[in-house]
Design a protein around this ligand. Sequence first.
Ligand SMILES: [Zn+2]
Length: 57
Amino acid sequence: MAKSMVKCSICKKKIEHTFLNKLLGTVVKDERGKQHPVCQDCQRGKSKEELLSAIKG
Ligand SMILES: [Zn+2]
């Protein structure tokens, strides 16, 4: 069974899933409601606001 591939919005690396098919990372929503997956490495130690500014570059 093929899982859809999810890439981190910040580092563009593939985000792995747990055996429960949960993303190893988080998903942040921007002000327009668009969802951006973020891997654990990029998420670490950052607030949602910091993640969003990193996604926008
Ligand atoms: Zn990342």
